[in-house]
Unconditional design. Structure first.
Length: 93
């Protein structure tokens, strides 16, 4: 079982990262951007390699790509406004 949207978001993240001035490239910010975007996109799970190919082709159509790009650009903005990197963890009381 696989969510094909994850691979598409990762690929689009790598492409868009070069167009976002000042975007942090640390692992934590990358993960936060990916999670934020994925939580705003509808998942598309498949169980077979053939299903993965068909779903991938469907998601790569113009509207699917636009939805992914919008979710990622919003995620870059939100994460940049409140990055978690460099912050010390606080103990719960």
């Amino acid at each position: 079982m696989k969510n094909v949207v994850e691979n598409l978001v990762l690929r689009e993240y790598e492409r868009l990262l070069q167009t976002v001035p000042g975007a942090c490239t640390c692992a934590l910010c990358k993960e936060d951007v990916m999670v934020y975007a994925l939580n705003r996109l509808q998942p598309h799970y498949v169980a077979t390699p053939a299903g993965e190919v068909i779903a991938g082709v469907e998601m790569e159509k113009v509207q699917g790509q636009a939805d992914i790009a919008v979710a990622l650009m919003d995620a870059f903005r939100v994460v940049a406004a409140a990055p978690r990197h460099g912050k010390r963890a606080t103990k719960a009381r």
